[in-house]
Design a protein around this ligand. Structure first.
Ligand code: EPU
Length: 417
C-alpha cells in the first residue's frame, strides 16, 4: 500500500497543465461503442478509472489502443456479453455501460457499480429514463438486466438534474427510433462534451448544456476523432492548493468559464485571480476573508470541489459555512482535517469552519476528493510530515499529482507502507 508524505509550508510557484476531464472520459469511452467504426479520443487523463474502462471494452471484444493521452477504440467486433462481475464492479461510472449497451444491442447485464461511496448514490433516474424509452429493467442478484425489443424516443422529466442520468439517457436514445426530450437535464460541461462526441459520430443532439436536451434518434453512428475538455475539478484543486499555500501558480489548459463559481468565491476571499484565454493565474495573499459557499449543480459551485475548499477555508480568518446541496453527507474529510487540528463541525448539510493553523498528522482519504482535501491541508503545514493513506482513491482522479506538485515546489513523495 502506498501513502503520500507531505512536508508543507512552501508556497506553490510555477505552471501546471491540466489534463482531460475524468468525468468526461469515463462517459466518452463507453459512448464509443455506439459507433460502427474507430473512435479516437485525445487529451485523455492517465487515470486508473480510464484503465478500468478500457478493460471493460476489451472484455466485450473491442480493440483498444491507449498511448499517452490518446485512445483508439475500434468497436466493430464488439459483442453483447453479460457483465455481472469483473471490472464493472470497480467503477461507479460503469453505469454508462447500461445506456451504451442498450443503445447498441438493446440489451445489457451490468453488475451494480462500485466507486467512491461517500453516501448512497441511487440510479433511479437512469432507470426511469431507460424504461421511458421502452426497456424492461430488473435487478437480479446485484446486476441490472436491461432489455428492449425496440427503443423509442420519449419525453423524460428528471426529478433531479443528474449528470449520470442525463448522459445515460443520451447514450440510449442516440440510436432509438424518434425523438427523446430530456427535461430538467443536468448542464455540466461534461454533458456538452458527450453530446459533441455523439454528434461527431452522426447523432442529432441539441440543447446540451441547457435544461432541455432533444435527441433525434438515428439508425447508425460512425467513428470520429474527439478531444476531451480540460478537467475543471483538477484545475480547481490546483487553484485551491495554490491559494492555500499562498503561492503564485498559472493553471494552464483550462476553460476559465467552467471555473466561474470558484474564481468568484476565491476573489471574495481576497485571493488574486488573473484570467487568460486558456489559463488562470492564482495569486495567494497573507490574509483571507471567511466566506459562505453553497455546492450546487452547474453552474453553481461544484460539489467535487467542496472538500478541497474546506481545507482552504481553514486558512481564512473567522467562520465560514460550506453547504453541499448536491450530496447531503459528503464530509468524510472533516474528521481527518480535525485530526490535523482544524476547527470544523458538521451540522446537517453544512460544515462550519473556523480558520486556524493545522498540524501534521497521519490521515486517511476515504474518497477521491476527500483525499485531495487532505493533500491540500498537508501542503499548508510546515512542521512535521503529513501522511495520507488511501492513495488509490486519489489516483482515480488526479494523474501526475506528485510530479505536478513537486514541479510547483512542494515537498511531496510517495512511500510504500
Ligand atoms: N441522484 C438521484 N437519482 C439518480 C441519480 C442521482 O437521486 O438516479 C442524486 C444523487 O444522489 C445526488 C444528485 O442526484 O444527490 C446528483 O447526482 P448525479 O447523478 O449528478 O451524480 P453522478 O452522475 O453519479 C457525477 C460525477 C461525480 C459528481 C456528480 C455531481 C461521474 C462519474 N461522477 O456523479 O463526480 O460529484 O456528478 O456533479 O461523472 C467525483 O468526480 O469525485 C465525483 C463523485
Amino acid at each position: 500500500m502506498e501513502k503520500l508524505m507531505i512536508t508543507g509550508g512552501r508556497p506553490l510557484q510555477g505552471t501546471v497543465s491540466i489534463s482531460g476531464a475524468k468525468n468526461s472520459a469515463i462517459a466518452l469511452i463507453p459512448a464509443a461503442i455506439l459507433a460502427e467504426s474507430e473512435v479516437i479520443l485525445d487529451n485523455l487523463p492517465l487515470l486508473s478509472d480510464v484503465a478500468v474502462y478500457s478493460e471493460i471494452l476489451e472484455e466485450l471484444g473491442a480493440t483498444v489502443a491507449w498511448e499517452g493521452s490518446q485512445m483508439k477504440i475500434d468497436p466493430s467486433s464488439i459483442k453483447s456479453i453479460p457483465m455481472p462481475n469483473g471490472p464493472v464492479k470497480k467503477l461507479r461510472a460503469s453505469y454508462y455501460m447500461m445506456g451504451a449497451m442498450l443503445g447498441r444491442f438493446k440489451e445489457a447485464i451490468i453488475g451494480l457499480p462500485g466507486g467512491c461511496n461517500f453516501e448512497p448514490r441511487p440510479i433511479d433516474q437512469h432507470i426511469k429514463g431507460f424504461e421511458a424509452l421502452g426497456a424492461t429493467v430488473t435487478n437480479e442478484h446485484g446486476a441490472i438486466h436491461l432489455y428492449a425489443k425496440e427503443l423509442r424516443g420519449n419525453k423524460i422529466y428528471l426529478d433531479v438534474s443528474s449528470v449520470g442520468a442525463t448522459i445515460n439517457i443520451m447514450l440510449a436514445a442516440a440510436r432509438a427510433k424518434g425523438a427523446t426530450i430530456i427535461e430538467n437535464a443536468a448542464k455540466e460541461p461534461e454533458i456538452i462534451d458527450v453530446a459533441t462526441l455523439l454528434n461527431s459520430m452522426g447523432a442529432i443532439i441539441k440543447g446540451a448544456g441547457t435544461e432541455t436536451i432533444r435527441i433525434e434518434g438515428v439508425s447508425e453512428l460512425h467513428g470520429c476523432r474527439h478531444s476531451i475538455i480540460p478537467d475543471r475539478i483538477q484545475a480547481g484543486t490546483y487553484m485551491i492548493a495554490a491559494a492555500a499555500t499562498r503561492g503564485n501558480v498559472l493553471i494552464d489548459n483550462v476553460i476559465p468559464k467552467h471555473m466561474e463559481a470558484l474564481t468568484a468565491k476565491m476573489q471574495e476571499m481576497g485571493i488574486g485571480i488573473e484570467e487568460y484565454d486558456e489559463s488562470i493565474r492564482v495569486l495567494g495573499a497573507s490574509r483571507y476573508e471567511h466566506v459562505d459557499v453553497k455546492a450546487l449543480v452547474y453552474p453553481g459551485f461544484a460539489t467535487d470541489l467542496q472538500s478541497p475548499m474546506t481545507s482552504l477555508l481553514t486558512q481564512a480568518q473567522g467562520v465560514s459555512v460550506l453547504s453541499d446541496f448536491v450530496y447531503s453527507n459528503r464530509f468524510k474529510h472533516v474528521p481527518e482535517l480535525v485530526r490535523m487540528g482544524a476547527k470544523i463541525r458538521v451540522e446537517g448539510r453544512s460544515a462550519i469552519i473556523e480558520g486556524g493553523r493545522l498540524n501534521a498528522a497521519k490521515v486517511k482519504a476515504a474518497d477521491l476528493r476527500a483525499g485531495a482535501a487532505l493533500v491540500i491541508a498537508g501542503l499548508t503545514v510546515s512542521e512535521g510530515v503529513t501522511e495520507v493513506t488511501g492513495v488509490e482513491y486519489i489516483d482515480r482522479g488526479y494523474d501526475h499529482l506528485v510530479s505536478n506538485l513537486r514541479h510547483l515546489g512542494a515537498d511531496v513523495w510517495r512511500q510504500t507502507e
